[in-house]
Design a protein around this ligand. Structure first.
Ligand code: AHR
Length: 532
């Protein structure tokens, strides 16, 4: 069923050519990385987060309240804070998502806060369709950012708000002291220092829940929203709504239509174009936690397709902006399964993620690292209790998912220089929903930070281990590795067994300046290498 055409016969030849001697290690895959070829810096923000007022993301996931028996810091769940610090969470995108285009920021600042309609309440099960309490507003959000050393990325309400409301929010966040009445309100509400928000999203999914607009309609609004943007420090990074990348046609029309409408003498800056790319299985019968070989490979292959979507939109953007001033912001990504397996009904869109989703995360990050010149930020949707989560909670119960471990493994890539990685191994022939398909037997990415080289590799095969020789041009002096795998491809962490899928050290060998590693089947390996 899963035929691996081993490279062994050709690999001997290739390796012999490289080293001049017949190597003793039988490698299925020859990997080569040249630290001299360092490319773009991998923005740390690629490893970013998205948290929305949806189901149990904010309330329960993050906000437990100041009076809670659950350990908290000013109402924010302590374990969440600690876990985000541990992986160096670079940012949080908030308050949505679809919620953002119905959100009025003033509802979340006063001592006594109004109850308001929440975009998602209509999708909650009967009896659980709570209104928004607004207990978690901008001050609470900024406290989360401060406690985790993450940067705020705010999504403004374009769908039902006005440029004035937006500009007052900017003032509220960034104007110094009491220089304006709006800033004085912030001071009165407890925050003397400005929040210094740099990242501003101008709407969310304006082609859908954010206003059901055409790209032309949206571009007119975009210009109105950014033209009188109050000029307080820091210099803003303005993100326009971009395509629904997971549409069958990749939504190329949106990117083209938006940039066409921004031509003709318009001068509004567009620093980032937001792209959403879900590995979208919502209309399939795929289950989150019970699946077979086809389901396993289909999900991981869809993750690899991210590369094509990025490259195609990038090419269109280049037609209007040859210098590529505007970068891509993949501010929602993840695997989205059909409903029915929520951890509890009130936790709308929560999913019991497995090892499969960890491998999907790894191949997605490899694609992002390889396209570091194009991507300024990416935000997993969503960090806790929703879709592609790193963490699941339920009251005082808490677990990290296997996805969390991948963020941990890939942390050394943050802020490092992207390196090209050449992988020589034959393709896998794998089963899929629509018949047999081909996919790479090994995928990965590499980066350099000073003398520290990081190589991350994924072996998706459910049948075969892979032995890989990583040839480091210039030589490697030391190496150590960690692996994420499990005997069962459907393995996951639960509240009762939170350590079921966890990182383990993996032996690697240095031979002749190369690193030799045996990768178990269905595994992710991160290797940290010291250059000679
Ligand atoms: O992440 C869940 C939802 O998916 C977001 O609110 C929306 O932007 C997207 O469609």
């Amino acid at each position: 069923m899963n035929r691996r055409n081993l490279l062994r016969a050709t690999a001997w030849g290739a390796a012999g050519l490289l080293t001049g001697v017949r190597p003793a290690f039988a490698a299925d895959a020859e990997v080569e990385v040249s630290p001299q070829a360092a490319g773009a810096t991998i923005s740390p923000h690629i490893y970013g987060h998205f948290i929305e007022h949806l189901g149990a993301v904010i309330y329960d996931g993050i906000w437990v309240g100041r009076q809670s028996k659950i350990a908290n810091s000013g109402g924010i769940r302590q374990r969440f804070i600690d876990d985000m610090k541990r992986i160096g969470a670079p940012n949080f995108r908030w308050p949505g998502g679809c919620f953002a285009d119905g959100y009025h920021w003033r509802d979340g600042i006063a001592k006594s806060r109004p109850r308001t309609y929440n975009y998602w309440q209509g999708q909650m099960p009967p009896g659980l369709d709570h209104t928004e309490t607004n207990e978690f507003g901008i001050h609470e959000f900024m406290r989360l950012c401060r406690l985790t050393s993450a940067e705020p990325y705010l999504a403004a309400n374009v769908g039902s708000g006005s440029p004035q409301e937006f500009h007052e929010w900017v003032q509220y966040c960034n104007a110094p002291g009491t220089t304006t009445t709006v800033a004085a309100e912030r001071v009165a509400n407890g925050d003397r220092e400005p929040f210094g928000v740099k990242w501003w999203g101008v709407g969310n999914e304006s082609w859908g829940c954010g206003g059901d607009m055409t790209p032309q309609e949206y571009s007119t609004l975009y210009r109105r929203f950014v033209t009188q943007f109050p000029a307080y420090p820091p210099k803003p990074y303005l993100v326009a709504v971009g395509p629904r990348g997971h549409s069958r046609d990749m939504d190329l029309g949106w990117t083209t239509g938006f940039f066409e409408s921004m031509q003709g003498g318009h001068r509004s800056p567009v620093d980032g174009l937001s792209m959403h790319y879900y590995t979208d299985f919502r209309s399939s019968r795929e289950k989150v936690a019970t699946f077979n070989a086809s389901g396993w490979y289909d999900v991981i292959r869809e993750g690899l397709r991210t590369a094509n979507v990025i490259e195609t939109h990038w090419e269109i953007m280049g037609k209007f902006d040859p210098a590529h001033r505007t970068k891509l912001i993949v501010d929602e990504w993840g695997v989205w399964y059909p409903p029915g397996e929520e951890t509890t009904p009130a936790h709308l869109l929560s999913q019991p993620l497995t090892l499969r989703d960890a491998l999907h995360t790894a191949v997605t990050f490899d694609v992002f690292n390889q396209h570091a010149d194009k991507i300024a930020m990416a935000n997993v949707a969503q960090t806790v209790n929703c879709i592609h989560s790193l963490v699941l909670t339920q009251g005082d119960r808490y677990t990290r998912t296997p996805v969390y471990s991948v963020f941990e493994m890939y942390k050394p890539h943050m802020g490092a220089k992207s390196l090209p990685l050449s992988i020589k191994s034959e393709e896998l022939e794998v089963p899929g929903r629509t018949g047999t398909a081909k996919m790479p037997a090994l995928s990965g990415s590499a980066s350099l930070n000073g003398r520290a080289l990081t190589v991350t590799l994924t072996n998706p095969s459910i049948d075969s281990a892979v032995s890989a020789r990583v040839r480091v041009v210039g030589g490697a002096s030391e190496a150590r590795a960690v692996v994420l795998t499990h005997a069962d491809i459907t393995a996951r962490n639960t509240f009762d067994r939170p350590e079921e899928v966890k990182l383990a050290p993996l032996a690697v060998k240095i031979a002749g300046g190369n690193v030799e590693v045996g990768m178990p089947k269905h595994s992710i390996v991160a290797i940290e290498i010291r250059l000679s």
